[in-house]
Design a protein around this ligand. Structure first.
Ligand SMILES: [Zn+2]
Length: 548
């Protein structure tokens, strides 16, 4: 059987949402974003302005934004005490343009074009944290997603088209690498497909060819590189080989000669993988070797050795907060490359995690910008990798024991949701852990953000009960919540939800509801696919492949 594909599959052409928004650039709600869908009311009493309830300069009903008969946005002062100002000029009624700065009360808002929506999974739930991460925490960083796939034949049931990939990257304002998912019948047609997708993408996509070393790999690699591929993808588990196999060596020799990156799936089930990768980087130092998925199989020893091999890198396409904490703390930042592994994870989720863990361990803006895109661009150009200094170490990873409790139940919930369950019981415990009993407690901001994600995920799961099995709907929001609870040093976006302590406590107490009261759908487990060992993402799915 084929599992349903991501939400965007059926929606056809790339939809650009035309609705603009106000973003607070200064004042007590800086970072707050308010979409302008119909009429938008501004004022202390207006919905969405809860964070500005204490702004004495702001009238209760202060101003309104609406479209006139020509479709142009107009702002109108509603008899406010202190006036409505556009670009420093007091106005009664004024036609607005993108980029206008609107001051009401103590706050300044910029009128911005809405970004195109991401159509994947629960991405739009994650957007406020993503935008905060890229606009406020790491402003100006260029995003290059070094790990993305398209394909329709992966045994795990996931499918992803070039149109979906481009739409998702566009929503994130990112460029990306595209490579085939697993193809049981061989890679040449799939490699031709990703090469054509990259050529048609107006520079958004760069193609990597995927090789099966036992099937005439050098001829295929040479053919693809000559046709424009800028790197190679190897998946030892799916294709059933080891890096020490004799057929593999010439692939590294070619990459050395042409200074190409080789992205290697690094998960469970390939015992000598990272040891072999270290040996290959010694023999072929001009090949750039990127171990995928935080090198989770070998990170616990590899971090000691990796500083000696600047052309051995690790991508960030993973979700577990403690794995990511270890990765960012222990591996030199110049050896980390941002990747999401679309369609399994998304740039919204993975880039937010990279920014938050980078800042939590103490990386600089320059180091973050390197991880998010500049290093990847270097690798694609065949340049020398940037040296971004030593690993920061784990000193800043100290954790409130209350947040450790929260992180651990969120991780438990993700574990259940990876199996296609609702994760309901651990998620209910996570809600209860968000009640820290004191609005001024240091954990309170994290708890507000986690509760907002829990509330959003539950709503999403009710509305999209079949979104992307075998994973439970909204799972990526819960993965992000686990990151937020593990990165408490890093500022959080201003949220309208649960601004008052009593609202927060009531939402947390909802953890005592019965499952029936949530109106969540019980998840019907799909049958386990025939052989997940050949999936592009066996380690990510964590579904037992031998039995159900
Ligand atoms: Zn992958």
């Amino acid at each position: 059987m084929v599992w349903p594909s991501p939400t965007g599959k059926s929606s056809g052409a790339c939809v650009i949402d035309g609705s603009p928004a106000l973003r607070a650039t200064a004042g007590p709600a800086a970072g707050l974003k308010l979409p302008i869908e119909g009429e938008l009311q501004l004022g202390r009493a207006a919905p969405g302005f809860e964070l500005l309830a204490e702004d004495a300069e702001l009238s209760r009903t202060h101003a309104s934004i609406w479209r006139d008969d020509d479709g142009v946005l107009v702002i109108e002062d509603l008899g406010s005490r202190n006036g409505t100002w556009v670009n420093g000029v007091r106005v009664e009624r004024h036609r607005l343009e993108t980029g206008d700065l609107i001051r009401v009360g103590e706050s300044t808002f910029e009128l911005i074009e809405a970004a195109p929506p991401s159509l994947l999974y629960d991405d739009e739930l994650i957007r406020p944290w993503y935008e905060h991460a890229l606009q406020v925490l790491a402003p100006g960083a260029v995003l290059l997603d070094f790990h993305g796939h398209t394909g329709f034949n992966d045994p795990d049931g996931f499918t992803f088209s070039a149109e979906q990939l481009v739409t998702t990257l566009e929503a994130a304002g990112a460029r990306g690498v595209v490579m085939p998912m697993h193809e049981p019948d061989g890679y040449p047609p799939a490699n031709d497909r990703v090469l054509a997708q990259a050529a048609a993408s107006d520079g958004r996509l760069t193609a990597f060819c995927r090789l099966d070393p036992k099937r005439d790999a050098i001829a295929e690699a040479t053919r693809c590189v000559d046709a424009g591929a800028r790197g190679i993808k190897l998946h030892p588990r799916a294709e059933g080989f080891e890096l020490s196999d004799p057929e593999v060596e010439p692939i590294f020799a070619l990459a050395h000669e042409r200074r190409l990156p080789i992205l290697i799936h690094a998960g469970r089930g390939i015992p000598t993988l990272c040891r072999d990768a270290v040996a290959l980087t010694e023999r072929y130092p001009e090949a750039r070797i990127v171990l995928a998925h935080a090198a989770i199989c070998d990170l616990n020893w590899l971090w000691r050795e990796i500083p000696r091999y600047p052309n051995l890198l690790i991508d960030t396409a993973w979700w577990h907060p403690v794995d990511l904490a270890a990765l960012f703390a222990l591996v030199p930042p110049g050896q980390l490359v941002f990747g999401s592994d679309l369609p399994y994870f998304t740039p919204f989720m993975s880039a937010t995690m990279a920014v938050r863990f980078g800042l939590q361990v103490g990386l600089s803006q320059e180091q973050l910008a390197g991880i998010l895109g500049l290093q990847g661009e270097r690798l694609l150009e065949g340049g020398e990798p940037l040296d971004l200094g030593p690993a920061p170490g784990p000193a800043r990873l100290g954790q409130s024991v209350l947040l450790e409790r929260l992180t651990s139940v969120l991780v438990l919930a993700v574990g259940r949701m990876l199996m296609g369950r609702t994760g309901y019981e651990p998620l209910a415990l996570a809600r209860l852990a968000c009640n820290v009993g004191d609005d001024e407690a240091p954990e309170a901001p994290v708890c507000r953000n986690v509760l907002a994600l829990l509330e959003g995920q539950e709503r999403f799961a009710r509305e999209h009960p079949g979104d992307g099995p075998p994973l439970a709907p909204g799972i990526r929001s819960i993965m992000l919540a686990a990151t937020i609870s593990r990165t408490p040093r890093v500022p959080l976006p201003p949220l309208p939800q649960f601004a008052r302590g009593d609202e927060l406590r009531a939402e947390a107490q909802a953890g005592h509801r019965s499952f029936e009261a949530t109106r969540l759908h019980r998840v019907l487990l799909p049958s386990v696919p025939p052989d997940l060992r050949h999936s592009s993402a066996a380690d990510l799915l964590m579904v037992d492949s031998e039995s159900d």
